[in-house]
Every structure is written in structure tokens, then in C-alpha cells.
Write a protein that binds this ligand. Structure first.
Ligand SMILES: Cc1cc2nc3c(=O)[nH]c(=O)nc-3n(C[C@@H](O)[C@@H](O)[C@H](O)COP(=O)(O)OP(=O)(O)OC[C@H]3O[C@@H](n4cnc5c(N)ncnc54)[C@H](O)[C@@H]3O)c2cc1C
Length: 287
């Protein structure tokens, strides 16, 4: 005998229809499902009603404005990594590293953000690029800086009656990069991740933001690392000081993916590598 269970399922076509359906404890939001399906199977999410966000018009594309770029929350990671109409940067680097092609073809950037795993690969880039997250509810929209969105593993400031609609990335000069350390080259989760954004003028750094992930309960900005780079030619002395600040700010734990000691050890060469790549990209963009 087989038992068939059909869950209540809705696939709204507009943002206003979607926000009218959410908010109750019995509702969960579905995007690509690469986390959600597993979380439901493991009993981490018990909600019975599913609201599928993938049909919402306008949330699966990237739009360019004069001073910002809006990335729809349901934009899948593979097209974002391959074809996003903005040059190589830290968010694209992160999207390209997630899982396999099959995972990236399903998974969305909004899901990667809202799952709020400290090891998620797009989060450091959001912080380093000073993104704002646009949250929509039946009472309107609000924007939260990415650096203030995450509150702990799996936790954010997003209310139950809200969904992530767009990621707003300011268009600013410079270049950025994200890299992670893993024990395998693919299909592994980050043991430590670093993103750096730099703007360069006349060979000196005029602006910097440095973020780290998988080295604490949430991704964080490291202002002391940025301060070590600003005003410098991003030479060995400055990068060494930035790496020291990164190590001082990190609060990693021992877990299945790595020890605290090893995470602190890999942060130094990782910061060197990412800063060098961000610098090379920033030099290409130099006015
Ligand atoms: C084999 C495999 C390998 C992986 N490797 C990596 C990796 O290397 N790096 C990495 O970072 N991740 C990795 N992941 C996880 C990654 O696939 C997910 O984090 C993915 O990005 C989540 O997106 P999704 O669209 O599938 O979200 P879903 O699974 O649909 O949703 C995830 C969570 O976010 C919520 N949610 C989704 N969209 C919204 C929204 N717009 N507003 C509000 N809430 C929302 C859902 O309710 C749910 O709680 C891997 C997963 C698998 C299965």
C-alpha cells in the first residue's frame, strides 16, 4: 500500500500576491530547494504550506541602473556566475564556487543568503561590496545593509512576514574578489572564506572593505583590515597588516569541516591571495 501526501502549495506570480501569502508559522518559502528540501527531510523545517517564489515576475534577473545593480533574489547561481552583466567580482566568484553545476543551476542567490549558513559562498561578497538587501512584506519594503542582516548560524533580521526580493549592489569604482579554503577542489563547503573590495587611484588604495566567512557564527566585515590597506599601494607590508587584522577578528570553532587552529592558519595566505586578485582587478578599473 502506498500513502500519498500532498502539501498545500502556492506559486504566486507577483510580489504583492506572494507577500499576502506569507507570515504564518505554517508557511515556508521555496526557491531552488537545494537547502529547503534537505532541511524539511531532516525535520529542521516543519511548516506545512509551501509558497514557491520562482514564479514571481522580475525576481530572476539582474537589472543595471546608473548608480546600482539590482539582483533579483530568485536569480540562479549558475547564470549569475556565467552571464551576469557586471564584471568579475566577489559575488560572482562566490556563486561560481557553490556545489556542482547541477546545484548552481537550481540554487538561487536569495536562498543562499536567507539560509544564512556562515560558510555560504556569496555572503562575504555582499558585505565587501556594501550591498543592501531589499525585504518585502505586505506593509511595504525596507532595505537592510548586508553587514547587518546576519545574526547567527541560520538566523537573520528578516521577519516571518518578509521575503528577500532583491540585492542592491552600489556601482562603485574598483575591483573585488572572493576565495575560500576547502580540503577538496570541488563539492566541499568553505573552511574559511575572504572577500576584498579595493578602489585604486594613482597606484594607491583609496577605499577598501574586507569580509570573512566560515570563521565565526556569521560573516563579518573587518574594518581594521580595510584601514590597513587604505592609503597604501597594497604592498606586502599593508597586506601583512590586513591579514593580521583578519586573524584577530576571526572567531572560528572546531567543527567537522576544520579546527579553529587550522582556520586561523589558512586565513593569512587566503587574505594575501584574495587581496592580490582584488588589487589586479582594481588596477584594471583605475581611472
Ligand atoms: C550538493 C550541494 C552542494 C552545496 N555546496 C555549497 C557550496 O559549496 N557553497 C554554498 O554556499 N552552498 C552550497 N550548497 C547550498 C546551496 O545550494 C544553497 O545555500 C542554495 O544557494 C540555497 O538556494 P535555494 O534557492 O536552493 O534555496 P532554498 O533551498 O529554496 O531555500 C533556502 C532557505 O532560504 C529561504 N528562502 C529562499 N529564498 C528566499 C527569499 N527570497 N526570501 C526569503 N527566504 C528565502 C527558504 O525558505 C529556506 O529557508 C550546496 C547544496 C548542495 C545540495
Amino acid at each position: 500500500m502506498t500513502t500519498e501526501t500532498t502539501l498545500p502549495y502556492a506559486k504566486p506570480r507577483s510580489l504583492s500576491d506572494a507577500v499576502a501569502l506569507i507570515g504564518g508559522d505554517d508557511v515556508c518559502l521555496l526557491a531552488g530547494g537545494t537547502d529547503l528540501v534537505i532541511m524539511r527531510a531532516e525535520g529542521m523545517i516543519a511548516a506545512e504550506r509551501i509558497v514557491d517564489l520562482k514564479g514571481i515576475a522580475g525576481l530572476d534577473s539582474v537589472e543595471m541602473a546608473e548608480d546600482s545593480i539590482a539582483i533579483g533574489a530568485c536569480t540562479r547561481l549558475d547564470p549569475l556566475a556565467q552571464r551576469a552583466p557586471f564584471p568579475a567580482n566577489a559575488i560572482r566568484d562566490g556563486a561560481a564556487l557553490v556545489g556542482s553545476w547541477q546545484t548552481r543551476a537550481r540554487a538561487t542567490i536569495g536562498g543562499n543568503i536567507c539560509r544564512a549558513s556562515p560558510a555560504a559562498d556569496t555572503l562575504c561578497g555582499l558585505l565587501a561590496l556594501d550591498c543592501q538587501l531589499e525585504l518585502a512584506s505586505a506593509s511595504g519594503t525596507r532595505r537592510v545593509p548586508a553587514a547587518e542582516f546576519f545574526t547567527g548560524p541560520g538566523r537573520t533580521v528578516m521577519r516571518r512576514d518578509e521575503l528577500l526580493a532583491r540585492i542592491i549592489m552600489p556601482r562603485r569604482p574598483g575591483g573585488s574578489a572572493y576565495q575560500r579554503f576547502t580540503y577538496r577542489n570541488a563539492m566541499d563547503l568553505s573552511v574559511a572564506g575572504v572577500a576584498v573590495h579595493l578602489a585604486m587611484r594613482d597606484g594607491r588604495c583609496t577605499e577598501a572593505r574586507v569580509a570573512i566567512g566560515a570563521c565565526g557564527p556569521k560573516p563579518i566585515l573587518v574594518p581594521d583590515a580595510a584601514a590597513a590597506l587604505v592609503g597604501s599601494p597594497v604592498d606586502a607590508t599593508a597586506v601583512q597588516a590586513a591579514a593580521q587584522a583578519v586573524i584577530a577578528a576571526a572567531t572560528p570553532i572546531d567543527d567537522v569541516r576544520g579546527t579553529r587552529k587550522h582556520r586561523l592558519h589558512v586565513l593569512r595566505p587566503l587574505t594575501y591571495r584574495v587581496t592580490e586578485l582584488a588589487r589586479a582587478r582594481a588596477m584594471e578599473q583605475q581611472p
